[in-house]
Structures are given as C-alpha cells and as structure tokens.
Design a binder for this molecule. Structure first.
Ligand SMILES: *Cc1c(COP(=O)(O)O)cnc(C)c1O
Length: 394
C-alpha cells in the first residue's frame, strides 16, 4: 500500500483523533522509510520511545526469542524476565522496587494511587502538580495535567490536585496544607515546552518535602531511560524521589511502563492493592531487559552526553543567525528551541526535506534524536533545519 491508500483506510475506519501525514513502514537506526519509499532522518524517536534507534539488533533478538518461548502469563504466576528486569532497575536506582504497567499514563496512575494509599491514613490525599505539566490522558493523570485544551469536555475532573508554577519553590511552600500528600513533577517538563528543573529548585524541593513529611514523585516517562544523559533524570540532580514512573523508552517500542518505590515505602502497596493484566509480561520484560543491557554494553549514555553537547552547539550557532529563535533549552537529548511564531511550518518544511522533528506546544520545536545518533547524522539534520528555518521565515 502507498501513503494514499493507507490514509484512505484511516479516513474510513480510524477515529480521527490524530492527524498524520506520513505513513512509515520501516526503520533502522536513526532512519525511517515511508510507504512511498522516501527516507527520513528520525529526530522524534517515536516521541522518545525508540531511544536506541529503530530495530536495534539485541532488542529484536530478545523479543523474537521470547515470543517463541512464552509471551504472556498473568501476574498470578512468577515469570523470569520480570524478575530480572526488576533486579536490573533496582540496581540502577539503588534499591527501589518496581511495579510494571503498559503505558506512561498507567505508570503515573500508579504514582497517584501510591501517594493516596500512603497519605490517607494520615488524612493526606492532595497532590501538588505543576503548571504546564503533562502526565497522561487517563482521567486521573489528566486531572494532574495542566493543559486546558486536552481536559476540555471531559469534566468532571478528578479532584485532589492543585497547580503551582514550575521552578518556584515559594509557590510550593505556599500551596502545602495539612492535607498535602505529595508533589508531582517532571524533572524536565517535556510536552509543556522543554523546561528543565533548576538544580537549586529540585534540591530545595526535596528538602522541603522531607521537612513537611510529603512525598516527592517524579514523572520520568519521557526523561528516563537515558534521554537526559543518565538512566533517570533525577540522578543528574542528585535527588531521590519517593517514587518515580517510567514508560516510553523502557521497551524501545515494545509497550511497557512502570513505577519504582523507594525502599522506605515498600509496605504501602501490599498484596491485592494494585494490579494489571498485561503489566510485566515475559515479552515486555524481555524487551526492556535487552534495552537496559544495550544501554550498558554499548555505552549509550556517554554517546548521549557527547551527541547532546555537539547538537546543542550546532543549534546555538543556527539560532544565533535566525531572528525568531533565541534559545536552546535541553537536558541531554531532550531539546527544545523556543520560537516567536508557531513552529508547525518548520516541522512540515523539515519533513519535506527528509528530517522528522516535533513540537512541544505551538511555539517550541522539539528534537528527540535516538541516543545512538552520530555526529554525521547531526550535521545532516542541522543542515536540513537551517534550510527549513529559512523557508519558514520567507
Ligand atoms: C508521554 C508521557 C506520558 C503519557 O504516556 P502514555 O504512554 O502516552 O500514556 C506521561 N508523562 C510524560 C512526561 C510523558 O511524556
């Protein structure tokens, strides 16, 4: 099928909640190909899902082998890949214990449920979230998401959340009440426009939560699994959240999410308190295990840090010559370029030239290359972006 034929079937049979233009049929490393044979450099990585690029050999091999051995058992039974994945994550996080789900929203639902289960016996069940946050599209995570456009029409919203400005410690202090159970935030607000937390803010927020007896919850669905240059972004800040969520890149495209709970709080969620059918299946955990092994074996974090520095330098030069662009915000390879005008024309111009990029809100261009990206690919992407900015300006 070509793009027109696929698009036609979508028009007929897929609920029109998305508005795609390109039909992708194959991927390898940093590149994807569409149904008409056109090649693209993919600086979206499936929205920070394919952090190892498309179809990395060790992950494909692990998924293939596990698919032939045992795909699914319920959580009424042990399975070895889940045990091994949890062990790897525990080692990487200094002893957290993990629950596995299937998506980012579900992982964050788990964080919210954990905080309420912890707080309710003390009369605390309110959560302070951040303005411009994004935590998912389920009713619970939507209630923690400060984005009116995607909440509209789905009222009544779940109660129990308030919002404060990001990177503003005094605002959190002022919002705390005797009913506050937790503060929930993304270490880098991604969908909200790529705003990294300030170091001093997160350090002080951790201290404030400790002082007030409040949980600190990190949504690492987009920032985790190496995207920011460490396995989890909170490690870059030297803080330990009470619990944190993961999803997107954990399976490099095989759906898996989950959350980790700090050793202090292992008695909060006991037998029967939380569950899901598909969470932590042998197949999902085999994929995620291979992802974590590959990150270690192929020095992926070092490449991410190096590539991020090089790409940020190139982008700083590029934006210095473009009047509408003023800044390069990034932590590792989670990169945002704020613009005076809507960036959709730049996204379209780049795709036409064979480079896939994203936006984060209307006015921020977002780049999420795979963590395996090479300097040659970066040079190629920056050259295409330069032409795309020029075209959008004209
Ligand atoms: C993508 C994302 C989510 C939602 O994940 P889904 O898998 O789409 O449910 C939640 N939080 C953050 C920070 C995300 O980037």
């Amino acid at each position: 099928m070509n793009t027109a034929a696929i698009s036609h079937l979508y028009d007929l049979h897929v609920l029109p909640v998305y508005a795609p233009k390109i039909a992708l049929v194959r991927g390898s490393g940093s590149r994807v190909w569409d149904a008409d044979g056109k090649e693209y450099l993919d600086f979206t990585s499936g929205i920070s899902v394919c952090n190892l690029g498309h179809c990395p050999e060790p992950v494909t091999a692990a998924v293939s082998a596990q698919a032939a051995q045992l795909v699914h058992v319920s959580n009424l039974f042990y399975n070895q890949p889940q045990a091994e994945l949890a062990e790897r994550l525990s080692t990487l996080s200094n002893g957290y214990k993990f629950f596995f789900a299937n998506s980012g929203a579900e992982a964050n639902e788990g964080l919210i449920k954990f905080a309420r289960k912890w707080g309710n016996p003390q009369g605390k069940n309110q959560i302070i979230a951040m303005q411009h946050s994004f935590h998912g599209r389920t009713l619970g995570t939507l209630a923690a998401t400060d984005k009116p456009a995607i909440r509209e029409g789905f009222e009544p919203a779940m109660t129990g959340f308030s919002f404060v400005p990001f990177n503003d410690l005094q605002a959190v202090r002022d919002a705390i009440t005797p009913e506050t159970a937790a503060v929930l935030l993304e270490p880098v607000q991604a969908e909200g426009g790529v705003y990294p937390a300030d170091q001093a803010y997160l350090t002080a927020l951790r201290e404030l939560c400790d002082k007030c007896g409040i949980l600190l919850l990190c949504d690492e669905v987009q920032t985790g699994i190496g995207r920011c240059g460490a396995m989890f972004a909170h490690q870059l800040y030297g803080i330990q959240p009470d619990a944190f969520s993961l999803a997107k890149a954990l399976g490099n495209g095989y759906p898996i999410g989950g959350f980790g709970v700090r050793p202090d709080w292992l008695d909060v969620l006991g037998v029967g308190s939380h569950a899901t059918t598909f969470g932590g299946t042998p197949l999902a955990c085999a994929a995620a295990g291979a992802v974590l092994d590959t990150i270690r074996d192929q020095n992926i974090l070092a490449n991410c840090i190096q590539a991020a520095q090089y790409l940020a330098e190139q982008l700083t030069q590029l934006t210095a010559n473009s009047p509408s662009w003023h800044d390069v915000r990034h932590l590792g390879l989670l990169i945002g370029l704020p613009c005076d005008h809507a960036v959709s024309s730049v996204v379209a111009a780049a795709a036409k030239r064979g480079l896939l990029v994203l936006s984060a809100g209307a006015n921020v261009l977002r780049l999420l290359p795979p963590l395996t990206v090479t300097s040659g690919e970066i040079d190629q992407a920056v050259a295409i972006l330069a032409d795309s900015l020029a075209e959008a300006q004209a």
